[in-house]
Design a protein around this ligand. Structure first.
Ligand code: NAG
Ligand code: NAG
Ligand code: NAG
Ligand code: NAG
Ligand code: NAG
Length: 285
């Protein structure tokens, strides 16, 4: 009986310590904060050097139920880009902490965590900054709006040599991370014929089969809306006769040179003849 009681006691103790451990790992104080925000872009193109701007400013805030905040930090959780995110120190006003982004861009889209410290412990609150999909152009990429349609982009044709490999990427950026679907020349892609990895189609041993217009559709959803971005890329096979062009240029230059030399020679001969004739004339005089 005593050993039974002891077992019960130790089990209870164990459960209690587990419970307290889980409580201490959860927030000690309750924090609430700003509702999610959707960025508002004019246009669809972004790049690392010129991230697409949104109308600003945006203020994130979080507040306790009454406890005085000692310090507060706002951090964006990166979904698409690796690396350490910068911590922004919040402006504290008693039990409310704020962080204002004066010039928000697509780079601010994501999950933001507000972490506050009070004398009763630490609390966190997460909020979302949403962004519809936009095209993140890499160095050397060029996209143009495709006709009159909104959110349709077309890139310059991509070229590949026969037998080479090439990656065709759908550079969509957004929060939530857009889902990507591909089609080629209006038909959904045959997964047995192409390797698709994430937002990239990898083409090995390129041939006529691979030539065509690849279309990627990037989609995400928030605030009960669905947002689409369509990007078209045409893949062309570099002509096997491409070497002919430089050769032809060299050939034409050579022809010109030969002609010039030939003409000069004729002229020289003519002049010599004239001189000889005039000398003869002088002698006859
Ligand atoms: C905290 O401050 C922000 C910005 O001034 C304000 O919009 C928000 O309503 C405040 N929250 C509370 C709970 O007072
Ligand atoms: C916020 O960041 C500062 C400086 O990095 C740090 O001293 C402070 O403890 C942090 N506060 C919270 C609530 O994480
Ligand atoms: C395509 O992408 C894969 C995976 O990122 C990489 O290993 C491969 O080298 C790339 N191929 C080309 C032609 O860039
Ligand atoms: C897909 O990639 C694998 C490994 O990179 C390769 O062995 C296979 O042939 C590729 N399939 C196609 C259809 O290109
Ligand atoms: C590449 O494709 C050609 C025909 O399109 C084929 O003859 C050749 O064996 C292929 N090479 C490789 C490495 O798969």
């Amino acid at each position: 009986m005593i050993s039974f009681m002891a077992t019960i006691q130790s089990i209870t103790f164990c459960l209690l310590s587990l419970l307290s451990a889980s409580i201490s790992s959860v927030d000690a104080i309750s924090v609430h904060g700003s509702p999610s925000i959707a960025l508002n872009f004019k246009g669809t193109k972004s790049s690392n050097s010129h991230p697409i701007p949104s109308q600003g400013p945006i203020t994130l805030w979080c507040a306790t139920e009454g406890q005085k905040i000692l310090s507060a930090n706002f951090t964006r959780r990166s979904e698409t880009r690796g690396g350490v995110e910068r911590r922004h120190i919040g402006v504290v006003n008693e039990r409310n902490a704020t962080w204002t982004i004066n010039h928000p861009t697509i780079l601010e889209a994501g999950v933001w965590e507000c972490r506050v410290e009070t004398q009763f412990g630490v609390g966190t609150f997460n909020t979302q900054i949403y962004a519809r999909p936009v095209a993140q152009a890499e160095e050397g990429d060029s996209y143009s709006e495709d006709g009159q349609k909104d959110y349709q982009l077309q890139s310059l044709p991509v070229e590949v040599s026969r037998g080479q490999s090439k990656n065709i990427t759908c550079p969509a950026l957004g929060h939530p991370v857009p889902t990507i679907s591909w089609s080629k020349d209006g038909h959904s892609l045959d997964a047995r014929r192409v390797n698709i990895s994430g937002n990239t189609i990898m083409i090995n041993n390129a041939s006529e089969q691979n030539v065509g217009v690849y279309t990627c559709q990037a989609m995400n959803e928030f605030s009960k809306h669905r947002y689409l971005l369509v990007i078209k890329k045409e893949l062309k096979l570099k002509s096997d006769l491409a070497w002919i062009v430089p050769l032809a240029v060299i050939f034409v230059i050579l022809c010109c040179l030969v002609t010039v030399i030939f003409l000069c020679e004729i002229r020289r001969k003519k002049n010599e003849k004239k001189r000889a004739e005039s000398e003869v004339a002088i002698l006859e005089d």
